[in-house]
Structures are given as structure tokens and as C-alpha cells.
Design a protein around this ligand. Structure first.
Ligand SMILES: Cc1cc2nc3c(=O)[nH]c(=O)nc-3n(C[C@H](O)[C@H](O)[C@H](O)COP(=O)(O)O)c2cc1C
Length: 180
């Protein structure tokens, strides 16, 4: 198996972390992987906010609670990354409005996955967080009001090894349309 296929098969969402701090160079290396991500019209609107210490504690307490899906586990992650998107007027506002496709969310997803896969390669655990209070998160992190924050990502050294889970077969998620 190729190193890439091995990496994508082994990556799991991690929700239990060791308290050890994450070296800054590791985070920088994950961001380095994002530099090469594709984006709609090459707009490169990604902006990463790396949150640690007291600010992280506040973020978890005020923006990540919740009755339905509590993401309190994030309190144990030494780092939370806020994936922000600086919206481009032509591509992300006009183009998206005309085509009804949220290009900036596609861009964010691709960028986040580059980040996460590089993190996995470095032995870091991550978890996408889509369930949080965006308004509060933006206020706590002082992110400009006209930027979007579609996701947070917890980062740290794993303290758990989730067992493998069932995955759909390629044939279940892929259909060929070739006119035959
Ligand atoms: C956009 C997105 C949002 C997610 N939001 C949350 C979340 O708020 N809380 C959480 O615990 N996991 C969240 N997850 C993680 C998924 O639950 C997880 O990826 C899925 O169950 C598959 O497990 P795996 O990542 O271990 O393969 C999110 C994943 C994605 C891609």
C-alpha cells in the first residue's frame, strides 16, 4: 500500500489527548501543507487562528458547549485551530450567489483536510468541530466580522487509539455514467 493510502486509512478523529504541548513547528508544518491546496479561482482565502492557553479555555467554555452535541472534550486538546475564510467578493459572494455553490466552504474543507492529513503524518491527533457557536468564537478570537469560520479543529498528541470502523465500499459511493 502507498504511504498516502496508509495515512488516509489510519487517520481517525481523536477526542482524547495527552496534555503535552504541540510544538509550534508542527502546527506550522500543517499550515505549510495548506499552502498547496487548490481553491476556487485560486482565491486562497484560508486564515488559520491557532488558539492555546487561556483563550482556548474561554473558547471551549463559551463557544463549544451544547446540549445536543457537547464538544467539551475539546477542553483536553492543547490546541484548537479556527479555520477562517476571508471571503472574496467575486468568487465567494457574486459567483456563489449566481451558481448557488458555497465555494468558500469547499475551499475550507480542502484546506482543513490538508492540515489534518499532515497532522496525522506527524503523529498528531485532530478532530473537526462543526458544532460550535460561530458568533461567540469570532468575538473571542477577534476575527473580522465579514470573515466566515466554518470549522474548528482540535489538535494534540492522541491519548486514544480508536478501533477501525466500517467504511462504505467504493462501489457504494461511486457510480460511472458513461453513456453505455
Ligand atoms: C465538517 C465536520 C464537522 C464535524 N463536527 C464534529 C463535531 O462537532 N464534534 C465531533 O465530535 N466530531 C465532529 N466531526 C467528526 C466526525 O464525527 C467524524 O469525522 C466521523 O464520525 C468519522 O470518523 P473518523 O473521523 O474517525 O473517520 C466532524 C467532521 C466533519 C468533517
Amino acid at each position: 500500500m502507498s504511504a498516502f493510502m496508509d495515512l488516509v486509512q489510519k487517520r481517525r478523529s481523536i477526542r482524547d489527548y495527552r496534555p503535552d504541548p504541540v510544538p509550534r513547528e508542527m502546527i506550522e508544518s500543517c499550515v505549510e501543507a495548506v499552502r498547496f491546496a487548490p481553491s476556487a479561482s485560486d482565491t486562497r482565502g484560508w486564515r488559520f487562528f491557532v488558539v492555546e492557553g487561556d483563550v482556548k479555555d474561554r473558547l471551549v467554555k463559551e463557544a463549544m458547549g451544547g446540549v445536543v452535541v457537547p464538544n467539551r472534550f475539546a477542553a483536553g486538546a492543547p490546541v484548537i485551530v479556527a479555520l477562517a475564510m476571508k471571503l472574496n467578493v467575486v468568487t465567494h459572494r457574486l459567483g456563489a450567489g449566481i451558481k448557488r455553490i458555497d465555494y468558500h466552504l469547499l475551499d475550507a474543507g480542502i484546506a482543513g483536510e490538508h492540515f489534518i492529513l499532515r497532522a496525522a503524518e506527524l503523529g498528531l491527533g485532530t478532530c473537526w468541530i462543526g458544532w460550535f457557536d460561530k458568533k461567540k468564537a469570532k468575538r473571542i478570537l477577534d476575527i473580522p466580522s465579514d470573515w466566515d469560520v466554518p470549522a474548528l479543529i482540535t489538535v494534540g498528541f492522541p491519548a486514544e487509539e480508536p478501533k477501525s470502523k466500517d467504511r462504505p465500499l467504493a462501489s457504494e459511493i461511486c457510480t460511472f455514467r458513461n453513456g453505455k
